[in-house]
Design a protein around this ligand. Structure first.
Ligand code: UDP
Length: 241
């Protein structure tokens, strides 16, 4: 695969990768060994980076940063970056499970409310019987030791982590020595979506780039968190990326 081009949006790195390249890159990480964090970058993360230097450093030194949302693509394109495609966490998990015959990574799910990661894994296994789902642990543990024990028993090659940002990225970095050769991918609320707990926006919303609007009307509790979206748009329009 040719070299991956990286760009910066308000000081946060983002890589121009499509889904196929993302899977190939992760496969390379697994084959070559080492500790690799994959970030799926959304607008809320960029807006949080100002106040959380530890988080922005983690993102900027991650092994791969995919553009998760339409806002990231839009901002990048305004700056002339040729970002081709969104690679959202929820689609990345599905694509990895679908391509199990090719990749077959030993996969662990960490995060979300008790029962949700398990339901998400079982749903994917039903859809793609070859999916190599080796274990799961919920995201409301008291100390890191609890999920680490479950992970050590399951011996995964890749962990999808759904603790919300920046907790999921910080959790992986804090435990990277203990995890050893491992790929960790922060994926936010994806298990809730895959398990059917939360419905994804209908295709028409996604096509029009209005997935955020659907989230707002179906989960009004997110209102305060989403207030950063218009602030991001204004910053891009008047200050640039
Ligand atoms: N979560 C968790 N442990 C916590 C807090 C949150 O496992 O202590 C889970 C929560 O159940 C949800 C996910 O983290 O599944 C966060 O989802 P959200 O949509 O808020 O994340 P985003 O995609 O916006 O980062």
């Amino acid at each position: 695969m040719s070299k991956i081009n990286s760009y910066s949006i308000m000081g946060m790195r983002v890589d121009d990768v499509n889904m196929e390249e993302t899977l190939e890159t992760i496969d390379g990480f697994i084959k070559n060994g080492g500790s690799h964090l994959v970030v799926t970058l959304g607008v809320e993360m960029v807006m949080a980076s100002d106040k959380d230097k530890e988080f922005s450093e983690i993102v900027n030194s991650a092994s791969l940063v995919t553009p998760d949302s339409v806002g990231i693509l839009w901002a990048g394109r305004r700056a002339g970056y040729p970002l081709r495609q969104r690679v959202p966490g929820v689609e990345l998990i599905d694509a990895a499970a679908k391509e199990s015959a090719k990749y077959g990574w030993r996969t662990f799910f960490l995060g979300a409310k008790p029962g949700v990661a398990k339901a998400a894994g079982e749903k994917l296994k039903e859809k793609y019987p070859g999916f190599n789902f080796v274990g799961e642990y919920h995201g409301y543990f008291k100390d890191d030791e609890e999920p680490l024990k479950a992970i050590e028993e399951a011996k995964p090659e890749i962990i999808f982590i759904a603790l919300g940002f920046p907790a999921q990225e910080k959790w992986f970095m804090r435990n990277k020595d203990r995890l050893g050769n491992m790929v960790g991918v922060g994926i936010g609320g994806s298990f809730d979506v895959i398990s059917g707990n939360i419905k994804r926006a209908p295709a028409i919303f996604r096509k029009l780039g209005l997935e955020w609007f659907h989230r707002l009307i179906t989960q009004p509790s997110r209102f305060m968190r989403m207030a950063v979206l218009p602030a991001f748009a204004l910053k891009v329009l008047f200050k640039g990326v």
